[in-house]
Design a binder for this molecule. Structure first.
Ligand SMILES: [Zn+2]
Ligand SMILES: [Zn+2]
Length: 166
């Protein structure tokens, strides 16, 4: 059964006895849970209202969340770092040999597509950003999106304003 963990707001399949695999709290026990916030997925195209994501106060302040990293393409690629390195070295020494290596080991696509970065400007008032700056709690570079913990009311506003567009 897939549920939203009331503690970390991730969508999870609880383990035995309701343990959340992400935060290890009891996902089936919402006592002491933070019910005022929720996990919101955002992309570079997400439109935000002028409301602080943490406290829902009006703000025109924006903070920058930047994430970059590798996309795990397949097990094989990660298990062959030396081949990737060899390929990169050959590539920098020039065309022919590198291209042969590329097609032979099939690493060309791997090294072209496995890096990704995301920059999103998120509304957060100066007070909240000074004490509790927003961070991405879930990084999903493969789908170009980040998960951030925001006030439920703001999440609703964001979902509504982005639904209008499509
Ligand atoms: Zn959890
Ligand atoms: Zn705030």
């Amino acid at each position: 059964m897939i549920i939203e963990c009331p503690h970390c707001h991730r969508t999870v399949i609880p383990r035995n006895y309701g343990e959340c695999p992400a935060c290890h709290k009891n996902a089936e026990d919402s006592r002491n849970a933070d019910v005022t916030s929720t996990l919101l997925f955002i992309t570079e195209a997400t439109k935000f209202p002028d409301a602080c994501c943490t406290c829902n106060a009006h703000t025109e302040n924006r903070i920058k969340i930047h994430r970059s990293g590798r996309i795990a393409t397949s097990q094989t690629s990660r298990d062959q770092p030396s081949w990737t390195l060899a390929w990169l070295v050959l590539l920098s020494f020039g065309g022919a040999v590198g291209r042969v290596m590329d097609s032979y080991f099939g690493l060309g696509d791997y090294s072209r597509t496995n890096r990704s970065s995301l920059t999103v400007y998120v509304p957060q008032c100066r007070l909240c950003s000074a004490t509790n700056k927003l961070e991405s709690d879930v990084v999903d570079l493969e789908h170009c999106r980040l998960g951030i913990i925001v006030d439920r009311n703001v999440a609703e506003k964001v979902e509504n304003s982005n639904a209008d567009v499509s």
